[in-house]
Design a protein around this ligand. Structure first.
Ligand SMILES: *[C@@H]1O[C@H](CO)[C@@H](O)[C@H](O)[C@H]1NC(C)=O
Ligand SMILES: *[C@@H]1O[C@H](CO)[C@@H](O)[C@H](O)[C@H]1NC(C)=O
Ligand SMILES: *[C@@H]1O[C@H](CO)[C@@H](O)[C@H](O)[C@H]1NC(C)=O
Length: 483
């Protein structure tokens, strides 16, 4: 009974918020079409910081805030890399979960003291634990690489949004090694001071660099050229060959010892140590997981949604982060719902629409126009819904702060709290007759993703507007709403 009551309260809280915003609803839709969204952006992540920028690429991070209201914060990062570029080897003080938005990448990272490499394609998700060294290469000749990542600050030093420690580097960025006295390095590397000076002073192009023929000024490219004149040609062949092999069998890929040029590049930077560990390359490192290889968890004529949790991609268990992707067709809306277990972060991948979020006290917390590239967050327990604009689908992707099945609770719709609880109690709570309650609660035939009157095809299931207005008016007068 207790949980039933709290569900009821939750529902009422939501309804109250909707009631308060009902008046705004229609004008908002019209305003939105004219491109004048309301200014309040309480749950939009707007604090953007460029943490790396070179002509080969950039990384931007949106910092999470929200004070005590958030049980756990995640920052959201965007990495864009030009064709044939390298995000130089580094480790950072936060766990990264990367999602390949478009393009293809080679991710190299140290896993259990061995170098592992993964070829990542669109939709792939990969977790890089805090403190684990990695590098990223855009291997494509012509295609840009776009990555979205969650950056979990729970293990961070707190110096900045996150802190990178570059392994390779020189004048800019500095390598973490460059702080040691020359003598220490000479001894550690067992190399001459002259050789090491060369290595630690040349790099000045920032953390993302071009590699390849068209930008031969890069020190990374020079390394390649110095080592092997026709390396670039080899590189192309090897990358192609590798791709084919990888498509064949993943086990075979794990066992494979590629002699890919980037590895040699790293060897030339790091010396023999890596070469020695190379003999034991990547036996069993976690595989990536693709968001699009799976069937949607929910699908109807108005859209679909898919979620990835720790049971499908086990590394997520350790980070306690889940991933989801939703596609609403033009004019459809996600029914008002709450995440009882997690804070949700969302990034609009495509299209535009709106998001409404309701405060616990039932007042409207945010009603914002959202478009491609926008990032929003919804605190745990808060009721909210997203609506695709009439003219185009709304596609968003994001992270939740739980690696367990998130199980959002839908408040309205064919499978919802309202439907489950319909009965004399609910009717009494609204102060309407059971018959009215029944009619309203059962009027919506669709669940989870709903058609809206402002979508072209959506008129058939619409509940009579007067009935809704009536129930909300009664609701607004009802004493139970005093909390
Ligand atoms: C350092 O390099 C020299 C010359 O290559 C080699 O003889 C020596 O064994 C190396 N020392 C260590 C500790 O690796
Ligand atoms: C999202 O849905 C629209 C149709 O509403 C479709 O055109 C689009 O391809 C879908 N996007 C993805 C990534 O499936
Ligand atoms: C509801 O809560 C929010 C945030 O705490 C506050 O700003 C707002 O004034 C409250 N509204 C009402 C009607 O109490």
């Amino acid at each position: 009974m207790g949980s039933r009551m709290s569900l009821l309260m939750l529902f009422l809280v939501l309804c109250h918020g909707v009631a308060l915003t009902m008046g705004l609803w229609r004008t908002e839709v019209e305003e939105r079409e004219e491109g004048h969204p309301r200014p309040d952006k309480l749950f939009m992540m707007l604090k953007s910081k460029r943490v790396a920028q070179t002509d080969a690429g950039e990384m931007r991070v949106l910092e999470s805030y929200g004070g005590r209201i958030l049980e756990r914060r995640l920052n959201i990062g965007f990495i864009n890399m030009e064709p044939r570029s390298l995000f130089i080897p580094q480790y950072i003080d936060s766990t990264l979960i990367i999602f390949l938005r478009s393009g293809e990448a080679k991710l190299g990272f140290i896993y259990k003291d061995k170098l592992a490499e993964r070829h990542l394609k669109m939709g792939d998700v990969y977790q890089i634990p805090a403190g684990s060294a990695f590098y990223l290469v855009n291997i494509e000749e012509a295609q840009k690489l776009h990555i979205i990542c969650s950056i979990d600050p729970s293990e961070s030093l707190g110096i900045d949004i996150f802190q990178s420690f570059y392994l390779g580097g020189g004048a800019h960025p500095a390598s973490v090694l460059s702080g040691f006295e020359p003598q220490i390095l000479e001894t550690a590397f067992n190399a001459s001071g002259e050789e090491l000076r060369k290595m630690f002073t040349r790099q000045h192009e920032g953390p993302i660099v071009h590699v390849g023929d068209s930008h031969a000024t890069s020190i990374w490219t020079k390394f390649l050229q110095l080592k092997e004149e026709d390396k670039l040609q080899h590189l192309r062949e090897m990358v192609q060959q590798e791709q084919e092999e990888e498509e064949e069998e993943f086990v075979a890929e794990e066992e494979k010892q590629t002699s890919w040029s980037w590895r040699k590049l790293l060897e030339s930077v790091f010396g023999d140590e890596i070469k020695n560990t190379r003999e034991k390359v990547t036996k069993k490192s976690p595989h990536s997981c693709n968001l699009y290889d799976r069937k949607p968890d929910f699908k109807n004529s108005y859209g679909w949604s898919v979620a990835l949790d720790g049971s499908e991609y086990s590394p997520l268990k350790s980070s306690g982060v889940g991933i989801y992707h939703v596609n609403l067709s033009a004019g459809s809306m996600m029914a008002p719902h709450v995440n009882p277990r997690a804070t949700e972060y969302g990034i609009v991948l495509k299209g535009s629409g709106r998001i409404q979020i309701v405060f616990p006290n039932g007042s409207n917390a945010m009603d914002a126009h959202i478009k491609e590239g926008d990032v929003f967050f919804i605190p745990r327990y808060f009721a909210f819904c997203q609506i695709a604009s009439r003219g185009e689908p709304l596609e968003f992707f994001g992270f939740t702060t739980s690696a367990q099945k998130n199980r959002p609770q839908f408040l309205v719709g064919a499978t919802s709290l309202m439907r489950t609880m319909v009965g004399p109690e609910l009717a009494a709570a609204f102060g309407v007759s059971e018959e009215t309650m029944n009619r309203v609660a059962r009027a919506q035939h669709e669940a989870v993703i709903l058609p809206t009157p402002w979508a072209a095809h959506a008129h058939d299931h619409k509940v009579k507007e007067e009935v809704v207005v009536d129930i909300f008016q009664k609701l607004a007068r009802n004493e139970i709403m005093g909390f």
